[in-house]
Design a binder for this molecule. Structure first.
Ligand code: SF4
Ligand code: SF4
Length: 92
């Protein structure tokens, strides 16, 4: 279903243009009101069919900032995904 950006995000912007499906918005558009970047879970495809590893997490300079969220039935889920809350890059 999705990856999630956590509160260690430094708003650097490195991830946003990497997303092939435009699932990421910046802090000013974050629907939760938090001052960090945000991934729309209904848009994120975990980069399945685009890359071996989620491209946002590869681009992110903040270690462990982007983690796995729930994998929802009916949406692409990365074959090597870790548990919810684990850093995405641990699986890559
Ligand atoms: S995992 Fe891929 S599809 Fe999901 S937000 Fe990151 S770059 Fe976009
Ligand atoms: S690359 Fe990482 S630290 Fe930079 S805006 Fe994206 S999630 Fe935040």
């Amino acid at each position: 279903m999705a990856v999630k950006i956590t509160d260690t995000c430094i708003n650097c912007g490195a991830c946003i243009d990497e997303c092939p499906v435009e699932a990421i918005v910046d802090d000013s558009d974050n629907p939760t009101g938090e001052e960090i970047y945000y991934v729309y879970p209904d848009k994120c495809v975990e980069c399945v069919d685009y890359a071996d590893c989620p491209l946002c997490a590869e681009a992110c300079p903040t270690e462990g900032c982007i983690v796995w969220d729930e994998c929802k039935e009916g949406q692409p889920c990365h074959p090597n995904r870790g548990e919810v809350g684990e850093p995405v890059m641990d699986a890559c």
